[in-house]
Ligand binder design. Structure first.
Ligand SMILES: *Cc1c(COP(=O)(O)O)cnc(C)c1O
Length: 383
């Protein structure tokens, strides 16, 4: 008899359908495909969703981080305090400015920056603090803002993974991206909750900074393409500063607008799947499910489980066992200081970052995953 093996479970899968395809088609046939009216509308809708006044769309989150730091004047030889324990783009964006990333270690329970380590990393060359909301779990931003205020330093949030995540500020739930710092940067890569293929967004409450982002993303050009297109008189643009081509296209923005509408349902679904994972994993000796501190809500961009010494096998053996059963996993978040591109950087003790990279496993989680598939993954975790 033919055995039908259960389908393989990928680590993630973007949730895109007919409505996104129709939106892309509509824009393609409209005659205006790069940064234009769709980008402008997506920006307004995104700003309203996160609860801010200004949102500026760009090509990706790495570009957003670079623009934010560049616009704040971070340059050659300056220092930016951040974590090594993040996707490499966080560190790369700092180095695009010619600046030096100064790594501090993480809280071993949340995998986010340890706010207590920031102050001692500040020097006369520090120009900014760049915390990350890792895998969508909001970092402990309030004490970070306190340290930053004491030293008069701007804070830029790497919110690449954190669309829809929330934190409680003075008894009120607020979305990441409000922003609570000066700028927050989001990613729309397919591994994040809301995707436009590639794409990014900068949010701020500062109109001057927003204006600067808009000029910088478009070659330093003084007027936008839409303004020039709609002008009834001949207008010549000017280039007052060195800019970049960091535009998002209208095709991407149209897809993003559909995704934003579907986001509340996607968030609810992920939360339900994650709760089911946690309920079951709590009972397995040696595995630690994600720790969500009081006062924050995560979007579960990834579902991260720590494999401790008390577990039956090593993390890597567990990953191999799952793969044999058709279940795709990933290791914990990387550390930039352990990659050849950045081993030239001096750094303080990063033990918790290293332990997290080597002991955490990311399990499959995507909106159209079923509760039965979660059970299949958890069954495979039982030694
Ligand atoms: C994905 C990610 C980025 C980069 O986003 P892109 O849109 O792919 O450039 C930056 N920081 C973190 C923490 C990320 O997870």
């Amino acid at each position: 008899m033919l055995e039908v093996s259960p389908r393989t479970i990928p680590i993630a899968r973007p949730d895109l359908g007919e409505e996104e395809a129709a939106a892309a088609r509509r824009v393609i046939l409209s005659g205006w495909i790069t940064q234009g009216p769709e980008v402008a509308t997506f920006e307004d809708e995104f700003a309203a969703y996160v609860g801010t006044t200004h949102a500026c769309a760009v090509a990706n989150c790495t570009a957003a981080l670079h623009l934010a730091l560049h616009a704040l004047g971070v340059g050659l030889g300056d220092e930016v305090i951040t974590v090594s324990h993040s996707f490499i783009a966080t560190t790369n964006a700092i180095r695009y400015c010619g600046a030096v990333p100064v790594f501090v270690d993480i809280d071993p329970r949340t995998y986010n920056i340890d706010p207590g380590l920031i102050e001692r990393a500040i020097t006369s060359r520090t120009r900014a603090i760049l915390p990350v909301h890792q895998v969508g779990l909001p970092c402990d931003i309030l004490p970070i803002l306190e340290v930053a205020a004491r030293h008069n330093l701007p804070v830029v949030e790497d919110a690449a993974c954190a669309i829809g995540s929330e934190l409680r500020v003075q008894q009120k739930w607020e979305r990441v991206g409000k922003p609570h710092s000066l700028v927050a940067c989001f990613s729309f890569h397919p591994r994040k909750l809301l995707t436009t293929g590639d794409g990014g967004m900068l949010t701020t409450l500062d109109p001057e900074l927003d204006r600067k982002f808009r000029v910088l993303r478009q070659h330093g050009m003084s007027i936008s393409d839409t303004t020039r297109h709609l002008a009834t008189t001949v207008v010549f643009e000017e280039y007052s500063m060195l800019g970049f081509n960091y535009r998002m296209t209208d095709i991407q923005a149209a897809v993003g607008r559909v995704q934003l509408k579907r986001l509340p349902a996607l968030l609810m679904r992920r939360s339900k799947l994650a709760s089911h994972y946690t309920e079951r994993i709590k009972g397995i000796s040696g595995l630690i499910p994600p720790h969500v501190p009081a006062g924050v809500r995560t979007n579960y961009q990834s579902y991260a489980v720590q494999v401790t010494d008390q577990y039956a096998t090593s993390r890597d053996q567990l990953m191999r066992k799952l793969l044999e059963q058709g279940i795709s996993t990933r290791r914990g978040i990387m550390n930039a200081h352990q990659e050849a591109a950045h081993t030239d950087l001096a750094h303080s003790d990063l033990t918790c970052s290293q332990v997290a990279r080597d002991s955490v496993i990311l399990l499959p989680l995507f909106a159209e995953m079923t509760l039965e598939e979660v059970d299949r993954v958890v069954d495979a975790l039982i030694p």
